[in-house]
Design a protein around this ligand. Structure first.
Ligand code: FAD
Length: 364
């Protein structure tokens, strides 16, 4: 359920291993997978504890995983370990950065050399060479769809899952409304809930809520920026063709309000002025927005649900692109009862829904 980034990644994993898979997608175009900046930034995001472990695992798996998707789809995903520079105005802030020990320290001269044109208010930097990006919007999402189709995945666009059907706490089927307005019950052996920010609509006990993000792109000269620049307020992600993705607002109060707002675009523009003034003059090419699937502790929910044969893979918040490889692999191993390494068992315990001590009265 859900044809966004996590739904597609998971469908691909199962289909590749000869399972019969159907993807039920309410609306392809609203998926955050088409919104994200595509940073693979376990270190530059300053992730900590199990989130950092999860991100590092995924980052390690990514080259092989993407190679398979590219070969099954014929689409190059522009995976690029370009490195990410995080600039700081003072040395104390740099010292407090959670992933400091994974970065390479840049003094003022080195920082200027690394990012010529950076606003002079930034005095120090950390370079995370191990981080990078992938072109999720134009390439990865489509490549995943095509790779899924290659392995026989059936797609149903406009299939809005309305209800989960279960008996004796065991999943029996899924009730959907099709794009034509007809309703249908689909019987299934197992289902995985990957409905991103909308996941709560299917299981009201899920503590998932949307955090809106507005984005824009600007066109600069090719190769003017070689690394991602991850500022305090905004980040700049340079694609190979000179298109630079600028993100993003973090709006907890906006709910599912659609559309860009003057305030949001102004904030991004102000962020560009503060970070990399030269880019202030570069033309805006596109504005867009989307909804991050958030949880109260900002960690994903992965694993079993209170309903037998219904699994959860949601709540990836601001790192779903980064986490996609490891999530699909982990959920596959869990469902097939494959042997798990200690680190994987630990992650599944930490990301289990039960950490929220929810009341599942729905089932009784
Ligand atoms: C502005 C922004 C920038 C981001 N930047 C990055 C980044 O640089 N790096 C990174 O790693 N991550 C980033 N992310 C996060 C990443 O995009 C998400 O974590 C990820 O896309 C979540 O994937 P998902 O499949 O859970 O949800 P989505 O990709 O949102 O997909 C969910 C899908 O489920 C469908 N659905 C919902 N309800 C139903 C239903 N009832 N029936 C059927 N289908 C349903 C929806 O229509 C949607 O298509 C960013 C997100 C945003 C918003």
């Amino acid at each position: 359920m859900g044809g966004g980034l996590i739904g597609l990644s998971t469908a691909y994993e199962f289909a590749k291993n000869k399972f019969e898979v159907e993807v039920l997608s309410k609306k392809r175009s609203e998926a955050a997978g088409f919104v994200a900046a595509g940073m693979l930034a376990a270190h530059a995001e300053g992730l900590q504890d199990e989130l950092l472990t999860f991100g590092q695992l995924s980052q390690k798996m990514m080259p092989e995983w993407i190679k398979n998707i590219e070969s099954d789809s014929g689409i190059n995903c522009d995976l690029n370990k370009c490195g990410i520079v995080v600039p700081f105005q003072n040395y104390d802030d740099l010292q407090k950065f959670p992933t400091l020990k994974y970065g390479h320290y840049l003094d003022n001269n080195e920082l200027k050399q690394e990012i010529s044109g950076l606003n002079t208010i930034w005095k120090h930097g950390l370079l995370f060479k191990q981080d990078g990006q992938i072109d999720n919007r134009r390439r990865l999402m489509r490549a995943l769809e095509k790779a899924c189709a290659t392995h026989g995945v059936k797609f149903r666009e406009g299939a809005n899952v309305k209800k989960l059907i279960f008996k004796n706490e065991t999943l029996k089927g899924i009730f959907i409304q099709n794009a034509t307005g007809d309703s249908e019950t689909i019987l299934c052996e197992r289902a995985i809930l990957c409905c991103g920010a909308w996941s709560k609509n299917l299981l009201k006990e899920l503590p998932i809520f949307p955090v809106k993000g507005q984005m824009l792109s600007i066109q600069g000269p090719s190769n003017r920026l070689k690394r991602i620049l991850f500022g305090e307020k905004i980040y700049l992600v340079p694609r190979n063709d000179g298109l630079i993705i600028v993100g993003a607002t973090v709006e907890k109060q906006s709910g599912f309000d659609n559309g860009n707002t003057p305030k949001g675009i102004k904030k991004l523009q102000h962020g560009i002025d503060l970070l990399f003034p030269e880019a202030s003059k570069w033309p805006h090419m596109e504005h867009w927005w989307g909804f991050r699937p958030s949880t109260p502790d900002l960690k994903p929910i992965i694993g079993e649900s209170p309903i037998k044969n219904l699994y959860l893979a949601t709540g990836h918040y601001r790192n779903g692109v980064l986490f996609s490889a490891v999530t699909s692999n982990l959920i596959y191993k869990l469902i097939l009862n494959e042997s798990l390494e200690d680190i994987e068992k630990d992650l599944l315990t930490k990301f289990h829904l039960r950490r929220f001590k929810t009341d599942y009265s729905i089932l009784h």
